[in-house]
Structures are given as C-alpha cells and as structure tokens.
Design a protein around this ligand. Structure first.
Ligand SMILES: Nc1ncnc2c1ncn2[C@@H]1O[C@H](COP(=O)(O)OP(=O)(O)OP(=O)(O)O)[C@@H](O)[C@H]1O
Ligand SMILES: [Mg+2]
Length: 804
C-alpha cells in the first residue's frame, strides 16, 4: 500500500494496490473465504469480470472499505432492492451479489471515498454473521452453467449484432465498447459487459446477474436489447421530425429577415409598421369607450410583436379593423317634428292609421322624455302589406339610418352574436355587422322574419335575440367576436313577421305587436292609384303625361294577375305594364298617351298567372279548388283541409257564413262514412283521435252559400287518401249527407272566373247543364264541363291522378 498525493490534485489521497493483476492472480485458484463483508450498492448492479467504480459515503461502508484495505481487500457487492434505502438491512438486499477485489481507493476532500473494484465471482449470500459495524455474510460461489451449442453461438452473435445497432443511437455508450463487444467471445463475459453498460432497471440487471445458465441469460439479454433498439429507433424518428421542424422555422426566419432587408433597400420601409400606425390612428379617431379602448391597445401591442406571416397576425388585424369601423360615437339627431313625421308617413303609405298613430305617439314621448327606452315594435301581417316599407318611412321621418337584418332561417346563435375569435374565419354577428354598415349607433333596425327563426344543436338564436331586444340588457350587448360590450339601447328595433304564433312567447313579451291586415280590393285600388302607379311610372322613366291606368285596368290586374293580401305583386304587374309602354316610347312608337284599359292590360300581361298558383297550391293532398259567387262576381278559391292529433273536432276558418259552415259539416260526415273506400289504410278510430281544420283563405269578400260543399268534400277525401287533387280542375256544387250533388247558382260568373284563371275542367252539378248551355260560346273557350250527380263521380274526376 502506498500513500501520497497523486493526479487527483491537492487534498486527494490515493491508496492503490501495487499490482492489481497480481492481487487478482493471487485470488485465482484460491477458494473464496467463507464469509465476506457486504457492501450494499445503491441502484446499480455489478458483474463478475468487470471493473466497477463506486462512490462510498455511508460511514459504515467507509469503515468497511478501510478494514478491507488493510486485509485481504475482498468484499461482496450486492444491490439493494430499495434504491432509496441509506443503510439497507440484510432483508432489503438481493441474495446474489459479486465478490471482488478493491483495486484502488481515493479519499475525496468532502470526506467520502471512491473505490474501484474488480469483480471476480458471482456469489450467493447466505446467513449474515454480523451486522455491526458493517454487514458480514456467509457466501457461496455460483458458477456459470455453460453448454456449448450452435444455439449458444447464434445467440451470442445475435446479441453482438443488436448491440452494435443500438450503440450508435445511445449517446451514453462509448464507442470503444463496440470494439470490445465484437472482441469478446465468451458468452458469459459478453453478457456481463453489455448488461453493465446498459442503463436498464436494477431489477433487470439483477435478473441477468442471477441467471447462471448462460444460454438463458443471453436470451433474456437479447429480448432486452430488442426492446431498447425499438426505443432508440422511435427516439431517432421523433428527433428527426423535431429537427426538420426547427430547420423549417429557421429557414422562414432567415427568409423573412432577408425580405425585410430587401424592402428596406427598395425604400418600401416597414409596411407592417405603417399598417400598425394606421390602425393606431384609426383607433384614435373612432374614440371607443374606455373598455374598448383598452382592448384595442392591448391587441395593437400584440400585433406589433407578431411577424406578419403569423396566422395570429391576420386574426388580430381583422379584429382591429372591425373595432375601428364601429360607430362608437356616431349618431344622428332625431327629427322630432311630429307634423313632419306625419307628412312623411302619409306620403309613403295609404291608410294604416293605427300604425302611424303609434309611431307619432312614440315621437311625442321621445320629445318629452328624450332618454326613455324606445318600444320594440313588431309588425305582423301577410307579405307585401307594407311592413318593411313602413320601417323605412319611420327611419326617414326620424332622420335615422335604416338597416334591415333578416333572421329568417337562422338556426345558429353565432349568426346573431358572432363566432369567438378562436374559430377560423370568425366574424361578428349580424347585429354588429349591421351597426357597422349603418355607421350610426342609433339606426332603425328592421329585424325581418323573426317568426322564421329556427333552433337546433348550434344554439338557440331566439335567446340571443331576446338579449338584443331587451332594453334592460341591450345596453351591454356582447358579440362573441368583438368580445366587448356595445350599447344597443339607442337603436330603434322594429321586428316583422307574417305570423305571430311561431314567435317564442318571451320574445313576444318584449315587443309591441301591431297587426297589419291584408287589403281589400278597394283598398288595393287606392294604393295602386296613389302610390304604386306613380312610383312605377317614374321608376320606368315615364311621366304621367305618357301613361294612364283606368280603374278597371287596375282592378283587373289586382284580381286576375295577383292573389295576395298585400300589394307587392300588384306593384310588379303595374311595373310590367309600364315597362312595355316605356319600350314603345323609347322606340318612338308611342303617339300621345297610353291609356291602359282592362283589355289593354290583359293584352300586355298575357295569360294569367293564377294557374301557376293553382298548380302550386294543390301540390299537397288536402287542397281543392272551388268556385264561389260573390256580389262582385265569380271567384276561384282554395279550400284547404288539414288534420292534427286531437279528439274529433272540426274547425272552420276564413270569414265564412253559417250556410257554408254547415256544408263543411255535411262534407265531413260523408267522408267519415266512406272512410273504408277512400282510405282503406286509415285506422278505424282515426277521426276520433284527430281534429280537422278546414280553411277557406279570406280573400277580399266574405263568402257564404252551400256551393262549396263539393270542394270541401273533395279536399277532405284528398286529405285522408293522401291523393292530391288534379291541378287543372275546379268544382262547384251543393252536397247532401248521402253524397248527392245538388245544383247551384251563379254558374256563368263562376265559369268566367275559372276560365280567367286558366282552369281546364269544371265539375258542375248535372242539373246545372242548362245554365252552362246559356253561356256564350266564346266565354266557354278552352274549358271542359264535367257533369256529376253524386260525390263519387266528383272524386273520380278530381282524384284521378291526372293533370299533375
Ligand atoms: N299602405 C300602403 N301604401 C302604399 N304602399 C304600400 C302600402 N302597403 C304596401 N305598400 C307597398 O307594397 C310594397 C311591398 O311592401 P313591403 O315590402 O313593405 O312588404 P312587407 O310587408 O315587408 O312584406 P314581407 O312580409 O314579404 O316582407 C312596397 O313597395 C310598399 O311600398
Ligand atoms: Mg318585408
């Protein structure tokens, strides 16, 4: 033993065996001592025939090493089952360890020591003979069991190969090892060399140590190596992906820097900076309120830090664009001159007194109490009765901007309230968009078709609408995209709907409903004369000196070419006439004034439109075309029958007289009585668990009389048999409970109305044949008369599946 300072530097004491080889040689051939000190190892396993460096810090282990060095230098290294145990007790140690010779010892300045131990034999640990001052146990050598065989060779080679594949992928394995492994022929030593170098679990290392059968040990090792190889390969795949991502990022960075340099060189400066400055200026101008201002500044500074190519950059820029374009402060001054408002409303619309009054009241209240919350009006009425145009008039009277928002068919609440910005292609909802378009924070918003809003899995737009229309909440309306509050309380909302029923009750509650009924023919004539004709004349570039509509012409247009409660189509047809005259005028073929008579109008408008409507209306089962006789002449009417689950009630609507209602009852009774023939598939109790509704659209004139009986029975028969009624046929006739068809009056007028409507076949009672004969030939042109004396014949004609 030698003492002295060695290469370790000052303070490092080295104790070295003079000749290690000699010491080991000394040991070889000599039997092992019966008992040896046990040095527990922390989370490592050593093998025979390997040189293991160990750090020794525990007082009892240092004592052990000191004692060993002064004696035979032998000890047994045993792994501990619990890697955390500081001074493991015998039962915490594995039962198999490695005996070895301490080759070298260094004392480190911190008081601990390092030793180098040459493993010699595998040993089984028997009884512990001492635990103090350190563990000493009886031991017994455990030699390898080797039986040379081709399999053993193959296993050896396999392990060598696998290991050389692994070594490149594992940085902690020194390259020299590859050579070493290639040069070791002894399978047992090979196992020890590799197992000692690999970082596998202590339990696995111990397992390899304990296996005395070398072939088995090799097999186990090759399994472990195969697994490690897989891990290495996976790791390198991930590594190369990461690498290529990084390279891409770096490439982009360089290109971008180059681009910047080129732009600067070209004197284009930093466009991005210019853009940011522009946005900053526009935020300044828009002067949003404090909370929005803060958000804008925050987004702007985020924008400054992003490269323009970043996806985020575009998102933020879009956001800021929206923000600066909103009318945070823009508003128009209300014109609260009531006389002026009255004038404007009258100038645009005929009658509608109730609505006009309500609007003037609103103005009066505004005038007296400027910051009272405005009402939310809801105009309910059929198409073309002037709901939208009234809204426009109101805006005009008040001097406000007008914006229309259609919510018909909207199912997604995001359409109203926008998508969150995290959504690709997100945009503000329709409310914020309309505000931007209006450019004013107090426009008139017309929310069209509020009765046609839907709801599905994407959320309920009605509840978003509720918030918009609630004066208690709409001063803090929050759009998802903008994610800021916007005050909607100065917006004047007017909703429109065709029907009240489908509007959710909570929404109805928020609104003041104003019903606009349809117009009578007489009213339509007034509207046409006062508003539609003058407007169409000027819109088609004509002057009142060039064209004049006679009253019968307007009546003919309204009556024969349109079928509506409102006047939209009437206006369109008047426009068509004007256009044709305008063409004549342009071609120089108009001498003097074009006077439009009913006949001229019919010539200009060509075949009536009504037929198309009939085709459409009778598309579904349950609708039959009837003929009525009113004080103003014959009329074609559609009789509609529907059913719904119920308890056998009959409802009849459409301004009908008592006699007509009674014929509906009779028709139903007859159809019920013939259920089996008409609809054999219909369950017997169908009529008692369904309600029937018969509707005769009101039209302009109240109707009465028994002559719709045939049509009602046909509509019902069509309903229950699911067969649509032929669309070129119209019918008239009274019925009895036994299904007889009785004659009716007004055959000539009805026939004319049917002919005008383009109907091809008219079903009339047999006993009216004589009346038909009296109709002049030319008024019967193109029409076939089918005479019937009982309902069965009617249905044969009407439900024959032809004329489709
Ligand atoms: N009372 C009236 N006086 C003058 N013109 C009218 C009147 N009622 C309707 N009109 C005209 O009829 C046309 C159609 O009206 P408008 O577009 O307002 O219908 P609407 O009720 O909004 O229908 P929809 O339900 O289909 O939206 C407009 O040109 C309008 O000026
Ligand atoms: Mg409208």
């Amino acid at each position: 033993m030698e003492r002295g300072a060695a290469d370790g530097g000052p303070g490092i004491e080295v104790v070295e065996t003079p000749d290690l080889d000699e010491a080991i040689r000394e040991r070889e051939g000599r039997p092992l001592p019966q008992a040896l000190p046990i040095l527990p190892l922390k989370s490592t396993v050593t093998y025979p025939d390997t040189l293991t460096p160990l750090a020794v810090g525990q007082p009892r282990s240092m004592r052990l090493v000191n004692d060993v060095l002064s004696g035979e230098r032998m000890l047994v290294m045993v792994a501990s089952r619990d890697p955390e145990a500081e001074e493991p007790r015998p039962e915490e140690l594995y039962d198999v360890g490695v005996a070895g010779v301490v080759a070298r010892m260094l004392k480190v300045p911190d008081g601990t020591m390092r030793i180098l131990v040459q493993g010699t034999q595998r040993v089984r640990i028997g009884d512990y003979v001492a635990e103090e001052p350190y563990l000493v146990a009886r031991i017994e050598e455990l030699p390898d069991v080797v039986e040379p065989s081709p399999e053993l060779d193959a296993l050896t080679r396999n392990v060598q190969n696998t290991f050389s594949s692994i070594i490149e992928g594992i940085p902690y394995l020194p390259e020299e090892l590859q050579l070493a492994v290639a040069n070791v022929d002894d399978p047992s030593a090979l196992c020890h060399l590799i197992a000692g170098a690999m970082r596998i679990s202590t339990a696995e290392k111990q397992e390899l140590l304990e296996e005395v059968d070398v072939a088995k040990r090799l097999r186990r090792l090759s399994e472990i190596l195969a697994r490690e190889l897989e891990v290495v390969q996976l790791g390198s795949k991930i590594q190369s992906q990461v690498q290529s991502e990084m390279e891409k990022g770096q490439r982009e960075y360089f290109l971008r820097e180059q681009l910047k340099a080129i732009q600067e060189e070209l004197g284009e400066g930093d466009e991005r900076q210019a853009e940011i400055n522009d946005l900053r200026e526009r935020i300044e101008q828009a002067a949003p309120p404090e909370h929005a201002r803060k958000a804008a500044d925050r987004e702007l500074s985020r924008l400054e830090r992003l490269p323009p190519a970043a996806a985020e950059y575009g998102v933020i820029r879009t956001y800021l664009e929206w923000m600066v374009e909103l009318p945070w402060n823009e508003e128009s001054d209300d014109n609260l001159d009531i006389a002026n408002a009255r004038e404007v409303l009258d100038a645009d619309h005929y009658d509608l007194e109730k609505v006009k009054d309500r609007i003037l009241e609103y103005l009066a209240v505004r005038k007296l109490k400027p910051d009272s919350p405005g009402p939310i009006l809801c105009f309910v009425g059929p198409p073309g009765v002037g709901k939208t145009s009234l809204g426009k008039s109101i805006a005009r009277a008040l001097g406000r901007k007008f914006q229309r928002i259609s919510v018909g068919g909207v199912r997604d609440e995001a359409e109203i309230r926008g998508h969150r910005r995290t959504y690709i292609g997100a945009m503000p909802g329709t409310i914020i968009r309309a505000l931007r378009d209006a450019g004013s924070r107090n426009p008139v918003f017309m929310i069209d078709e509020i009765d046609k809003m839907g709801a599905d899995f994407r959320g309920d737009p009605a509840s978003a609408m509720l918030e918009v229309l609630d004066p208690a909440q709409n001063d803090t309306f929050r759009d998802h995209f903008l994610d800021l509050e916007f005050d909607l309380s100065d917006v004047l909302f007017i909703a429109t709907a065709n029907f009240l029923d489908p509007i959710p009750p909570p929404l109805q509650d928020r609104m003041e409903v104003i019903q606009l009924a349809g117009y009578t023919l007489d009213e339509k004539l007034h509207i046409a004369k006062r508003y539609l004709v003058p407007r169409q004349i000027s819109e088609n570039g004509l002057t009142p000196s060039q064209i004049e509509f006679a009253d019968p012409a307007l009546k003919a247009i309204a009556d024969e070419y349109t079928r509506e409660a409102g006047v939209r189509n009437l206006e369109r047809e008047i426009g068509t006439v004007c256009r044709k005259i305008a063409r004549d005028a342009a071609e120089g073929e108009l001498d003097g004034k074009a006077r439009i008579s009913a006949k001229r109008a019919r010539e200009l408008l060509g075949p009536r439109r009504f037929f198309a409507e009939q085709r459409r209306r009778t598309k579904d089962p349950g609708v039959a075309t009837g003929l009525a006789w009113t004080p103003v002449g014959g009329e074609v009417l559609f009789i509609e029958a529907t059913s719904m689950p119920g308890s056998g009630n009959l409802t009849i609507t459409g301004q009908l007289g008592d006699v007509m209602k009674e014929s509906a009852q009779a028709a139903l009774s007859w159809v019920r009585g013939h259920r089996e023939q008409l609809a054999p598939d219909l369950p017997e109790d169908w009529f008692s668990n369904h309600d029937i509704h018969i509707h005769v659209p009101a039209g302009a004139v109240p109707k009465d009389g028994p002559s719709a009986g045939v049509a009602m029975a046909t509509a019902l028969a069509s309903l229950i048999s699911r067969k649509p009624v032929a669309n070129d046929v119209a019918m008239t006739g009274e019925i009895t409970l036994t299904g007889q068809v009785l004659p009716i009056g007004g055959v000539k007028e009805k026939s004319l109305a049917a002919q005008r409507a383009g109907i091809k076949r008219i079903i009339v009672p047999q006993r009216n044949e004589g009346d038909v004969g009296e109709i002049p030939e030319h008024e019967r042109e193109g029409v076939e008369y089918v005479y019937v004396s009982e309902l069965g014949e009617v249905l044969e004609q009407a439900l024959d599946g032809t004329g489709r």
